[in-house]
Structure formats: C-alpha cells, structure tokens
Design a protein around this ligand. Structure first.
Ligand SMILES: [Zn+2]
Length: 92
C-alpha cells in the first residue's frame, strides 16, 4: 500500500534549470535549501564545467611559461641589437 502524504515529500525547484527536485527526506531537503544546491544533472554539468575551467587554467600557465622563455630570448636579442645600434650610431 502506498500512501501519498504531501507533507512527507518535499520538493523545490533547481535554481539552475528550474526543474522540480523531489526530496523524500526532510533533512536532505533542508540541506539542499541551505546549500542552494542544484539538481543532479546540473551538478554534473557544473563539475564538467569546472573540469574544463581547470583544463583552461592549466593551459595559459604553459603558454605563459613558453612566453617567458621566448621573452628572455627576445630580451637577449634586444640587448644584442642595442649593442649593434650603438656601434652603428655615428654619434656614439
Ligand atoms: Zn538543474
């Protein structure tokens, strides 16, 4: 026999996709409200986005590192060029 007492079942809308989430336990419902947590599918999307963000955050670091190397090489060349310019400058 299945009783359907509404007060035993709580529901709230997902703050992300507005889908209704049902809670069978009051404490989990209260926690979800307190955390303003999203539904399962949104939580998964969130994690995926976070992972992508982490990957994106990783990449610029590598690019930055490469840029730093090329910058130091560029600096070295600039210094060399400066010396050449000074040598070529008749007023010097
Ligand atoms: Zn959702």
């Amino acid at each position: 026999m299945r009783k359907r007492h509404w007060k035993d079942r709580k529901n709230r809308k997902c703050p992300d996709c507005r889908r209704v989430i049902y809670y069978t336990r009051k404490d989990s419902f209260d926690r979800a409200v307190g955390n303003n947590s999203v539904c399962k599918s949104c939580a998964q999307t969130d994690r995926k986005v976070t992972m992508e963000t982490i990957e994106k955050m990783k990449q610029p670091k590598t690019v930055e590192h490469k840029r730093k190397i090329s910058y130091s090489v560029q600096k070295w060349w600039d210094g060399k060029r400066e010396i050449d310019w000074q040598r070529l400058d008749p007023n010097n």
